[in-house]
Design a protein around this ligand. Structure first.
Ligand SMILES: [Zn+2]
Length: 73
């Protein structure tokens, strides 16, 4: 009874993070996400604005900080 479809499992291997897509939505405002923060408890995704807004708070505890805001241009 295992469903492998779109599980949110994060393999804690910081070199193998999948790229963010249009389906990834900011956990705060629902805009397209460009930043993924991998924490010990799971991952969060943020738009460029909220990623920046939470960076000071989350970066120190993040296992990985994936920033794709360069895609915004
Ligand atoms: Zn946002």
């Amino acid at each position: 009874m295992e469903q492998t479809e779109s599980t949110n499992e994060v393999v804690v291997d910081t070199t193998e993070l999948p790229a963010l897509t249009a389906a990834d939505r900011c956990d705060i405002c629902g805009a397209q996400a460009f930043i993924r923060v991998v924490l010990a408890t799971g991952d969060l995704v943020f738009c460029g604005h909220h990623g920046t807004a939470n960076k000071d708070k989350l970066k120190p505890i993040a296992i990985s900080w994936q920033d794709e805001t360069n895609k915004l241009n």
